[in-house]
Design a protein around this ligand. Sequence first.
Ligand code: ADP
Ligand code: MG
Length: 703
Amino acid sequence: MSYISSILPNPIEYLKGVGPQRGELLRKEINLHTFRDLLEYYPFRYVDRTKVEKIRNLSGMEEYVQIRGRIVHMEVVGEKRAKRLVATLQDESGRIDLVWFQGWQWMQKSLRENAGYLVFGRLSQFNGILQLAHPEVDLLTEETATGKQHLEPVYYTTEKLKARGLTAKAIGKLTHNLLEQMSLAEIKENIPAPVLQQFRLMPRSQAYFKIHLPATEEEARQAQRRLKFEELFLAQIRICRLKIRRHKASQGFIFNAVGDTFNTFYNNHLPFSLTGAQKRVLKEIRKDTTTGHQMNRLVQGDVGSGKTMVALLSLLIAIDNGFQGCLMAPTEILAQQHYKGISELLKDMPLKVALLTGNIKGKARKQILADAEAGNIHILIGTHALLEKEVKFSHLGMAIVDEQHRFGVAQRARLWEKNDTPPHILVMTATPIPRTLAMTVYGDLDVSVIDELPPGRKPITTVHRTEYQRPQVMDFIKDEVRKGRQAYIVYPLIEESASLDFENLTKGYEEVKAFFPEPKYYISMVHGRMTNELKDANMHRFVTGDTQIMVATTVIEVGVNVPNASVMVIESTERFGLSQLHQLRGRVGRGAEQSYCILMTGNKIGKDSQERVKVMVQTNDGFVISEKDMELRGPGDIEGTRQSGLLDLKLADIVQDRAMLQAARDCAEKILSEDPELELPENKPLHDFLATQRSKSAWSKIS
Ligand code: ADP
Ligand code: MG
């Protein structure tokens, strides 16, 4: 313990230059409560004031410039409201006008003709002539004569703060006051020395000073790097510790046998060989289920990467160890599809597979419930109907959730309650969220990635077409249908204006129908306003090939598998997000045929939409798309990532700094695997720091 009592927890109003009124404003406007908050209120950029330009050399391309000269002329020009002060500054190379539109009376009083000034400001043009509007001016002294000797930090501020004199510059001044009062000893190191060395990070105390007052760009960069790493590293240490604790606390079934069921299927009935990625993920699952702790694993795999087979093989391992398994899908259609597919694959094996959805009622339902409870069903497939209390198992060992983003965390947790010892949980998702984000927001879930598609897939050809080209698009669909293929035409859906969407869809349907008249063609339509029965019936007609064209809203987005469909037309593409577009496109390209995705837009589209269309046309890789999506939208907006606020990152950005995040993650894992309780002397700084942190209860809420 240090004998220096820290000033950092002091309320902000006690800082020199603040006081009660400004203190109140700082709290309200930018959430600064204590000295520490101010210390961690980092500049968002720096301006280089170490350089002084020659007026003649200014090209107009510079943003901020610093010049030094003498005011040779001053005059107020213009009438009434357009009145302004123009001061002409001259250096040895030329002249430039400094202009004030506001507060010019005061400037006029304080500036002196023939005095020398150091001037800094944003360069602008007026009638083609360069000028500086509202620059900062400092009378030339010995200190300012050579320019300022550090970079000037720029802080975010607000109109209300500025009205009280708390400009960016004034906030910098407050920070300066604080740093002057502080002693280096107040800022204790919290990263173990070997890590500091490995990543060449500057000490914590130094970083806090240098981030506010760097002498050079490089110093600023190094200070930021150190503090970013600290944020990411501490977050990862917390996540990993939580995970370790959960693992320790949770009991899980031990699957130590891979037996007859698995082997027979694998050797005799597997219709293809597994991809390397499928094998790797299976090994990870296998390993999890032998530890004696509950598995909680997320499998991420792009659309069509073969997650179902991984699920099935995992279920077979559970069966080999005397357990039952279940597979839950988000929609009736998907559950049915899984049921049919899996029953077909297992048809020569002595296993009982059953389907339970809301539509299965009466006697059939009773029988299934009784069989599950008696342990006669090996694999129960279903919708969220599986979560109901009446669904009981005699010994559920493995619960798999498909397309997990459609289910809430709470729903998933209900699967655990089916036994005294919770089943192993595997959640599968095709919403490709970037790896870095997954490892951050899914907290204590282990993440596996199927990053390889089965061989022989033909990449989907994606093109962009506008309204002008609609007739050609329709002709193209006709050609494909003539070849025996099927097509989807998808319309966007926006919750706020469901009726408008419905109108669009019906209009679209009529339009399509005009191109594809019965009885030569048949069209299915599926939308959110239909009853489930009607939806399923229409879907079914498309799946069986009775209809060639499916006109739908995004209800078909997830999981549907119609390998004969080769065209996906997306209407009003500009209204879809990138990951949604990718999901939709994934509905085609599932068979052996070349498939096409046609992105329809209006003739003129915005810049963001253009960017999304471009990405879609360029790549089929879901991970590339999700990284891009995150770049365009920011991580906060991506599905399933709302918790990321918990990370409390001030400097680091999980997109920009993903390489550093990965390094911090690896580093945290290594430390905790060698020293789980942080008892080694070298980990003492970290241990002590964590002990002083209020317990962040929010963490336990992740996942
Ligand atoms: P998703 O990951 O989108 O759920 P699926 O499990 O539905 O993908 O698999 C998509 C298609 O690829 C299915 O028709 C499946 O039979 C096939 N498939 C899966 N794994 C392989 C593999 N290793 N080799 C060849 N085809 C495979
Ligand atoms: Mg699937």
